[in-house]
Design a protein around this ligand. Structure first.
Ligand SMILES: *[C@@H]1O[C@H](CO)[C@@H](O)[C@H](O)[C@H]1NC(C)=O
Ligand SMILES: *[C@@H]1O[C@H](CO)[C@@H](O)[C@H](O)[C@H]1NC(C)=O
Ligand SMILES: *[C@@H]1O[C@H](CO)[C@@H](O)[C@H](O)[C@H]1NC(C)=O
Ligand SMILES: *[C@@H]1O[C@H](CO)[C@@H](O)[C@H](O)[C@H]1NC(C)=O
Ligand SMILES: *[C@@H]1O[C@H](CO)[C@@H](O)[C@H](O)[C@H]1NC(C)=O
Ligand SMILES: *[C@@H]1O[C@H](CO)[C@@H](O)[C@H](O)[C@H]1NC(C)=O
Ligand SMILES: *[C@@H]1O[C@H](CO)[C@@H](O)[C@H](O)[C@H]1NC(C)=O
Ligand SMILES: *[C@@H]1O[C@H](CO)[C@@H](O)[C@H](O)[C@H]1NC(C)=O
Ligand SMILES: *[C@@H]1O[C@H](CO)[C@@H](O)[C@H](O)[C@H]1NC(C)=O
Length: 406
């Protein structure tokens, strides 16, 4: 439609000559000519940047699009390149492409099914959109999806907007509950895992008022190696591409790693949880393309910066879906280091993490009790030693060197 309109405008343009004039015909007016900036036309260079030159213009197309006859940008069908997905099925998407197993097994669109009793605003719309996108990818033939589809970037924008809206709703007392948090975290994670391979750029960052998303995609033909880090305002993820990509034998030709940060979940007192610990940092979700992230061979390292400087002993925790409700659990996560402003955690599985005030924050910790006892023992020992030395040196004045060692 846009293209047709544009060609029509271009045809008018041609009738006017090369001096940058546009012949406008409307019902009420006859031909008028005026100098124009071609780039102001919204149909010029869609999916690209219009560059205005004297009396002319050209399109600087977004990645994944190529300039066609200089007037507009058209999607590149990456799947025409037979090696795009190695030996997997290639689906061309707007601005990108998606590699899927022949049977589309990893595209289980049922995970975007609406949950009965779900009342969080924006939640159902998000699920519908994601399910449509998932079905579109699964139903696509190798020639690509039919009709207008959203780009990965646009989908991500919709997702982070919805994430903001749902976080605000979760703060509202009437919505608060462990199962809501579980639903929220799960849905966001499966959604962003669907979106990540559809992103064109190798690095994407999207920040809104309450959500921050960083996604790194690697499309090297061979499995990438070496360390990889993602950093946002409150957290840092350190891992390796080997962990991210998983089993080298089954390397699918691309790998991605995601770091998401939720800025208001720390204000949430989950009513179903027996715990009442205060969160000391933002809640983050970490996800990788390796589907086997339940038991990582190499633990990932998470560095949290505290919301407020605190001398409390932090616990590294993840959101565990016990009883279908959800609680913060420390299983599989250990604290590597902690000071007043930062805590470093090491975790052998992935999901959503944060640091909370330690359970033993009231009174003296075990470590302090041990120290106190050791100190007391030292004092008593030195007293005994002194007394013993004194009595020895009184009887054996000719050998005072003996006590020097004590
Ligand atoms: C675009 O080109 C037109 C014609 O040369 C000129 O009048 C206009 O100032 C240019 N606009 C920009 C933004 O460069
Ligand atoms: C296909 O993609 C590979 C890797 O990006 C590239 O080396 C090759 O030249 C491409 N082939 C064609 C025909 O574009
Ligand atoms: C995908 O295919 C299923 C059946 O295989 C069909 O029910 C569904 O409507 C299709 N969805 C789209 C978006 O084409
Ligand atoms: C997301 O929210 C921003 C800010 O409110 C808005 O400008 C943008 O259009 C929204 N995007 C989508 C896809 O809804
Ligand atoms: C909280 O939820 C209730 C019921 O859904 C709604 O009436 C109220 O306006 C909400 N409050 C805020 C601050 O969103
Ligand atoms: C993204 O890809 C470009 C080339 O395609 C490369 O130069 C750059 O280092 C990559 N960035 C990251 C973060 O991997
Ligand atoms: C983000 O926060 C600013 C300042 O609090 C507010 O003005 C703006 O409307 C917010 N945007 C959205 C999309 O909620
Ligand atoms: C959560 O609980 C803490 C203390 O337990 C309280 O200070 C805070 O106001 C509560 N937050 C909300 C949103 O109810
Ligand atoms: C706490 O540890 C972090 C990470 O190692 C470091 O960057 C920061 O400077 C430390 N802060 C203090 C107050 O020692």
């Amino acid at each position: 439609m846009g293209a047709i309109l544009f060609i029509w405008i271009l045809a008018l343009f041609k009738t006017c000559g090369a001096d940058g004039c546009l012949n406008v015909k409307t019902a009420s007016s006859t031909s008028t000519c005026f100098a124009i900036n071609e780039c102001q036309n919204q149909f010029v260079c869609r999916r690209g940047r219009c560059i205005n030159t004297t009396g002319n213009f050209y399109c600087d197309c977004h990645p994944g699009y190529k300039s066609l006859a200089t007037e507009f940008c058209r999607d590149i069908d990456e799947c025409l390149n037979k090696t795009a997905c190695l030996n997997r099925k290639c689906i061309n998407t707007p601005g990108g492409y998606y590699c899927t197993q022949r049977n589309g097994k990893e595209l289980s669109c049922d995970q975007f099914e609406k949950q009965p009793g779900q009342t969080l605003p924006g939640f159902d719309n998000l699920l519908t959109l994601m399910k449509d996108n998932c079905l579109m990818l699964r139903n696509s033939s190798s020639t690509g999806p039919k009709g207008e589809t959203l780009t990965g970037e646009r989908l991500l924008e919709v997702l982070v907007n919805a994430t903001d809206e749902i976080q605000l709703a979760l703060l509202n007392k009437s919505h608060r509950g462990g199962s809501d948090v579980t639903n929220f975290l799960q849905t966001i994670e499966v959604s962003i895992r669907l979106i990540a391979p559809q992103l064109k750029e190798n690095f994407t960052r999207m920040v809104t008022n309450y959500t921050e998303a960083e996604i790194l995609v690697n499309r090297d033909r061979t499995q990438p190696k070496g360390p990889v880090s993602l950093i946002n305002e409150k957290a840092q993820l350190d891992t390796t591409w080997e962990t991210v990509a998983g089993d080298e034998q089954n390397y699918p030709g691309s790998a991605f790693v995601i770091l998401l940060s939720f800025k208001t979940l720390n204000m949430l007192n989950v009513s179903s949880s027996l715990q009442s610990q205060q969160l000391m940092s933002d809640v983050i979700t970490v996800s990788i393309s390796n589907p086997n992230s339940e038991n990582l061979l190499q633990p990932v390292q998470l560095t949290f910066s505290h919301l407020q400087s605190s001398d409390m002993e932090p616990d590294c925790v993840y959101w565990s879906e016990e009883d279908g409700l959800g609680v913060w659990s420390g299983q599989g996560c250990t604290r590597v280091m902690s000071n007043s402003t930062h805590t470093i955690c090491s975790c052998d599985h992935l999901s959503s993490f944060t640091v909370i005030e330690g359970i033993q924050s009231n009174g003296l910790s075990t470590v302090m009790w041990v120290c106190l006892l050791v100190a007391l023992a030292c004092v008593i020992l030195s007293l005994i030693t002194t007394m013993w030395c004194r009595s020895v040196s009184l009887h054996q004045l000719q050998q005072p060197g003996k006590c020097m060692y004590l």
